[in-house]
Design a binder for this molecule. Structure first.
Ligand code: NAP
Length: 239
């Protein structure tokens, strides 16, 4: 299969690229960093293409997309991993421009690719869009980042609506609500490699669109916290 991954220069996106390539799939990744330290043994050059691209910049996105078309790389699956949590509280002030940055990368940075790829997916009646979201859409846990979970919640709703809109086609819209991820597994959460393996297996076997929560233990805990009053939740989880 051919797979597009935004945010393939680090973290989950890179781990996912590695997992998919190891299984013989071709990956086209993007990220802002010039990446020269890819783990060469798993990211073989025949199977891995990478373009420096800021997904919030329409011209850069269009240029990369044109290059993909030229090289006949219409992906079977597009995974939107590129994300960030920009602080939008400075001192006691709320900064709308910083708030907007969260939406620019987490929401519009994914939906711009949906706009470009959708006609191609519709034409061949096949394709999966996968949005990497967050369990903070259930209960907020980010200090000074008002826009982070708000932008992820907007991504989830957009995918839910897209799923409904294209329900009579073979197109699939999937959201992965991620819990805490690090290079190495911590007490709460999971490792990038384990999360990538889960997503890769899920996407390759997927028959319908839907929402997936990873890891399940953290999903369970997070949903439980929804029953807690704000004061108690903040005392327990934010100190
Ligand atoms: N880690 C967690 O605990 C956690 C929990 C819940 C959800 N998530 C979500 O999971 C996804 C991956 O997280 P992660 O921990 O792997 O984050 P990460 O290590 O910070 O990696 C983020 C990736 O997104 C890319 N990126 C950021 N802004 C970009 C832009 N404007 N244009 C293109 N690429 C951009 C980064 O590459 P460059 O810097 O090279 O651009 C990097 O490859 C994110 O969407 C995040 O919100 C993470």
């Amino acid at each position: 299969m051919k797979i597009f991954i935004s945010g393939a220069s680090g973290g989950l996106g890179l781990a996912l690229a590695e997992d998919l390539i190891r299984r013989g799939n071709a990956v086209w990744g993007i990220g802002r960093r010039v990446v020269d330290t890819f783990r060469a043994e798993t990211l073989s050059p025949e199977l891995f293409r990478y373009s420096v691209c800021d997904t919030t910049d329409a011209t850069q996105v269009q240029n990369v997309f044109n290059k993909m078309l030229e090289e006949n790389f219409i992906p079977d699956i597009a995974v939107f991993c590129a994300g960030g949590a920009t602080e939008d509280i400075e001192g006691k002030d709320f900064k709308i421009d910083k708030f907007r940055e969260n939406f620019n990368v987490n929401l519009f940075g994914a939906l711009c690719w949906v706009e470009l790829l959708l006609p191609h997916f519709i034409k061949r009646n096949k394709g999966i869009f996968a949005g990497i979201s967050s369990m903070s859409t259930y209960r907020e846990n980010h200090e000074k980042r008002i826009g982070y979970s708000a932008s992820k919640a907007a991504l989830n709703k957009s995918f839910e609506n897209l799923r409904m809109q294209y329900i009579n086609t073979a197109l699939k819209f999937v959201i992965f609500n991620m819990g805490r991820m690090r290079e190495k597994r911590t007490l709460i959460g999971t490792s990038y490699a384990a999360a990538a393996r889960f997503i890769s297996e899920d996407l390759r076997a997927r028959k319908t669109g839907g929402t997936v929560n990873i890891p399940f233990s953290q999903y369970f805990l997070t949903r439980m916290t929804q029953f807690l009053p704000d004061k108690l939740y903040h005392k327990l989880f934010r100190g």
